[in-house]
Ligand binder design. Structure first.
Ligand code: ATP
Length: 131
C-alpha cells in the first residue's frame, strides 16, 4: 500500500511524524478520509479524533482546534492540543467534564456558555479517545 507522511504539531511542539496509509478526521464541514495522492486542501478541524491507519494498526489522537493541510504526499495537522490515548489523564478529563456540565446547568448570568460547551466537548473527546 502507498503511504503518506503525517505530521502533527501543537504550540508545545511536534507530537508525531510518521508514514501512514490513510488519515481519517472530522473537519468542520464533514468527515474526511485522506489517501496518498489526495488533492491539496486546507480545512478547519473540529474537536474530534484523528485516526491514522497502517496495514496492521491504527493510531488515534484527540485533537482540539486547528487546521488540516493536505498535499498529495503529506498531511499536516496544526492543532491547539493533540494527545495520544496513553497521554490522556482520564481523571482530569472526567473532572473537566463534570465542571463544564455544572457550569452549563447553572442559571448564573455570568457563565460563559460557549466556553463551557467547548470545555465539555474537549473532555468528552478525550474520554472517547482514551479507551
Ligand atoms: P482542563 O480543564 O483539565 O485544563 P482543558 O480542556 O481546558 O482541560 P486544554 O486547554 O485543552 O485543557 O489543554 C491544556 C493542556 O493540557 C494541553 O497541553 C493539553 O494537551 C493538556 N491536557 C488537557 N486535558 C488533558 C487530559 N485529560 N490529559 C492529558 N493532557 C491534557
Amino acid at each position: 500500500m502507498k503511504t503518506l507522511t503525517v505530521s502533527v504539531v501543537t504550540p508545545d511542539g511536534p507530537v508525531l511524524e510518521d508514514r501512514f496509509e490513510m488519515v481519517s478526521c472530522r473537519a468542520e464541514n464533514g468527515e474526511l478520509g485522506i489517501l496518498p495522492g489526495h488533492i491539496p486542501l486546507v480545512a478547519p478541524l473540529t474537536i474530534s479524533s484523528v485516526r491514522l491507519k497502517r496495514e496492521n494498526n491504527t493510531e488515534q489522537l484527540a485533537v482540539n482546534g486547528g487546521f488540516l493541510e493536505v498535499r498529495p504526499d503529506k498531511v499536516t495537522i496544526l492543532a491547539q492540543t493533540a494527545e495520544k490515548p496513553s497521554e490522556i489523564d482520564v481523571q482530569r478529563a472526567k473532572e473537566a467534564k463534570e465542571r463544564a456540565q455544572r457550569r452549563l446547568q447553572s442559571k448564573q448570568d455570568d457563565i460563559d456558555f460557549k466556553r463551557a460547551e467547548l470545555a465539555l466537548k474537549r473532555a468528552i473527546n478525550r474520554l472517547d479517545v482514551s479507551h
